[in-house]
Design a protein around this ligand. Structure first.
Ligand code: TRP
Length: 362
């Protein structure tokens, strides 16, 4: 039986942090034997926020090295760069003919990014929480009335079409993504159904989020509040050297400590404990939970222990990242192999989609 197709992409907007590693990458590595795995760097998606060209290229290269260093095996999985698959932009054009600008404008991620572009993002709003609804009309006016130097680019609007194509062109059914991408997956299913029913075909399968058995892990940041995220500025990066890493952990937000025995663990401390849990140290975690419960906990000790575990996990990865970055040849071969695999399936899907739509060669 052929393996089910897993696909996930990451925008090349910066170095990978522990949220990417524990929340995604580590799981991807484990999936490689059981699924037909496809992992790619979404550099075309990154263009929607107009990055500096040199920076964009450097970021793409860095993420490839990080994926390889973390254990993605280019012989097992297709590891590729989105822009190496020209079939994607072509199918994107075709699929856009069945996508409504209204539904795109109502997408939470678009609302958020558009407001950011216009400089009117609401405080605390994120891709996931940006709401649609009563302010739709004002929102449209703001976009249409925007001066050209503060425009909301069309690529931002059609971001979900491009993402849907990434998935559908590989006929992937299992798409491991974070919660903030659920709405994009929902749209992907809708576009797939719409295409199938418009042309009376059973062509695109519907994709679903996929956690590979494990419950979705939430990787908290070091600022005592929400999840680790680049825009939150609360990250530990895979490439952070031990000194930087220790410093960041030692500066993590805590509180005054438990005042009475057997109190529920406070949020900032719970965050540090769950990071420890992600390091597969249940006994250490328990030890600090017990100490919290009897009020003997010393946060300095907790931080030191956590920092050392994180150093142990990241050091070999960081060493490999640097080795791989120095080996242009290996990098080139790895992504070439990935692109060849990805293009084989993409070109087949594109050929059939063109046929279905009536774009035929004489
Ligand atoms: N939008 C995703 C993100 O920001 C990245 C992405 C692009 C993606 N294309 C995809 C994820 C296809 C999964 C499948 O995280």
């Amino acid at each position: 039986m052929s393996k089910e197709i897993v696909l996930s992409g990451i925008r090349s907007t910066g170095n990978l942090h522990l949220g990417n590693y524990f929340g995604a990458l580590r799981n991807f590595v484990r999936m490689q034997d059981d699924y037909d795995c496809n992992f790619f760097i979404a550099d075309l998606h990154a263009l929607t926020t107009n990055p500096d060209p040199k920076q964009l290229h450097a970021n793409v290269k860095h993420i490839v090295a990080e994926y390889l260093a973390a254990g993605i095996d280019p012989e097992k999985s297709a590891l590729f760069i989105q822009s190496d698959v020209p079939e994607i932009p072509e199918l994107y054009l075709l699929l856009n003919m069945h996508v409504g600008i209204g539904e795109l404008m109502r997408t939470a991620s678009f609302k958020h990014k558009a407001r950011q572009a216009l400089g009117i993002a609401k405080p605390g709003e994120s891709e996931e929480t940006a709401t649609t609804g009563e302010d739709d009309e004002a929102f449209e006016k703001q976009i249409i009335g925007a001066e050209t130097n503060k425009r909301v680019n069309a690529g931002l609007l059609t971001y979900p079409t491009l993402m849907a194509v990434d998935i559908l062109i590989q006929k992937a059914t299992k798409v491991p993504v974070g919660k903030d991408q659920e709405q994009h997956l929902e749209l992907t299913r809708r576009f797939a159904r719409r295409f199938n029913s418009f042309y009376g075909v059973d062509f695109f399968p519907e994709p679903y989020n996929f956690n590979f058995g494990a419950a979705a892990v939430k990787v908290p940041g070091l600022d005592g509040s929400g999840k680790m995220g680049k825009s939150e500025g609360n990250c530990i990066y895979l490439v952070d050297d031990p000194k930087t890493l220790r410093k960041k952990v030692m500066r993590a937000v805590t509180d005054e400590g438990p005042k009475e025995p057997n109190q529920p663990v406070s949020q900032p401390i719970e965050n540090l404990l769950s990071l420890l849990a992600l390091c597969n140290k249940p006994e250490l975690e328990q030890q600090f939970r017990d100490a919290y419960a009897d009020c003997s906990i010393r946060y300095g000790d907790l931080k030191k222990a956590l920092a050392e575990e994180l150093v142990t996990i990241t050091t070999p990865i960081r060493d490999r990242i640097n080795d791989i970055l120095a080996d242009e040849d290996y990098l080139r071969r790895a992504v070439k192999m990935g692109a060849d695999k990805a293009r084989a399936r993409a070109s087949e899907t594109l050929k059939q989609a063109r046929e279905i739509m009536g774009i035929r060669r004489f």
